[in-house]
Write a protein that binds this ligand. Structure first.
Ligand code: TRH
Length: 379
């Protein structure tokens, strides 16, 4: 029997099924790159069913290949017509209960494999009770529930080791910022205004039901000019003509590695779902999060649980609740209060402190490797 011990290099199969939007592949691609970069990881295969969605956040992914290597990761197209599969590697990470192909789960056994289901991110209190629990599967193997999270009793958050150092450097580096704005197609006069501090940048990434008209209503009346960067397919209801102090700039999709710098220089990051929430936290700037809409308003419980992990000013909490309830009047009043100098200052301080506090926790990729080692050692 080829029993794998904890001290051997680890080879990993990571499975991702794209259900909706970019969140599934967004989390898996970021995790795959981070795991592949770890010294103790020998091989990493990322199995993805939808390469077209993948190519939207990593432009050099080819949609016509069954196998390809990108940034140290072996990418495998997992499609219904594929019948030949290799033997599974010792560590199997199934993202979001995506049910890997049967030929790869049938051979799994507890003596040779560690099989986990990586769950969605939530700050709800029940998560810590379920994190790490085993669940017996039909083939006799155990599958462990593994939860990312905001407290040390969970698997933590995705964070590259050098992320905050790179963030701090970019926030001081006007040349790199200018190059980014050029790539996004921002007009030279606006770039100059941003660099001189005569204009502030904000970023908007939301779901279609967000009360986006809140933004022109409040931002057009501010003393300072604002350039709001909006990805092409987002917030289609927002008027694109300049209004008062507000300018709106549509931007093309960027590769995932270029997504962070977009957030690092924004005075306000409006984000959604799972992965961009975490990236906005690491940006350390004021942020507004919209969770993925769920049945029976379950996303509002998720939102409240996340708000409870920090100490946002009351106006910023009201803004979150209004934004996720499609309440334009409530959001408008709350955003106006949030941008008053005293509240804004508190919001900025809290954002910085919150990202520093969470960065003290082990990150998700390292937590996964520790979990593997612990299970492998104890069998
Ligand atoms: O796309 P999302 O709405 O994904 C959602 C959520 O994750 C939700 O929890 C899940 O259940 C649902 O999908 C199926 O938002 P999210 O999670 O922020 O993912 C977006 C990803 O896209 C993130 O990794 C950042 C990346 N991205 C780019 O790389 N370039 C871009 O230009 C943009 C706009 C996004």
């Amino acid at each position: 029997m080829n029993t794998v011990t904890a001290s051997q290099p680890i080879s990993i199969d990571l499975f991702c099924r794209v259900i909706d939007n970019l969140g599934d592949i967004g989390v898996c691609w970021r995790l795959a790159r981070q795991l592949a970069a770890q010294a103790e990881v020998a091989q990493l295969r990322l199995w993805v069913d939808d390469l077209h969605s993948f190519a939207r956040i990593q432009a050099d992914v080819r949609c016509d290949l069954q196998s390809q290597h990108v940034q140290g990761v072996q990418i495998e197209h997992w499609h219904p017509d594929r019948h030949a599969y290799p033997p599974p590697y010792p560590f199997i990470i199934e993202a979001f209960a995506c049910e890997p192909p049967e030929p790869m789960t049938r051979p799994l056994n507890d003596a040779e494999h560690v099989w986990i289901n990586l769950d969605y991110l939530s700050a709800e209190p029940w998560v810590q009770g379920c994190h790490g629990l085993p669940s017996p599967q039909a083939n006799g193997a155990k599958k462990y529930f593994f939860f990312p999270g905001f407290i040390p009793q969970t698997g933590g958050l995705l964070r590259e080791a050098d992320l905050l150092t790179r963030r701090d450097a970019f926030q001081q580096d006007d040349q790199a910022y200018q190059a980014m704005l050029n790539r996004l197609g921002v007009a030279q006069e606006h770039i100059q205004a941003l660099l001189k501090g005569e204009m502030q940048q904000m970023f908007l990434f939301c779901y279609p039901d967000a009360p986006v008209l809140t933004l022109p209503e409040v931002l057009s009346t501010l003393e300072q000019k604002t350039l709001l960067l909006v990805p092409e397919s987002v917030a289609l209801r927002i008027p694109e003509l300049a209004q008062g102090q507000l300018l709106i700039q549509r931007i093309p999709a960027v590769d995932q590695a270029d997504f962070d710098p977009l957030l690092w220089r924004s005075a306000l990051n409006i984000v959604r779902g799972e992965d961009s929430l975490v990236r906005a936290i690491w940006a350390g700037q004021p942020m507004l999060w919209q969770p993925y809409v769920q049945e029976e308003q379950a996303h509002l419980d998720k939102l409240q649980a996340w708000l409870d992990t920090g100490t946002l000013p009351e106006a910023a909490q009201a803004l979150h609740l209004g934004w996720s309830s499609a309440d334009q009047a409530g959001s408008t009043a709350a955003l106006a209060r949030c941008l008053e100098p005293q509240v804004l200052h508190l919001w900025q301080q809290e954002a910085r402190a919150y990202s520093a506090k969470l960065a003290e926790q082990a990150d998700l990729a390292n937590s996964l490797l520790s979990f593997y080692t612990q299970v492998a050692r104890n069998r």
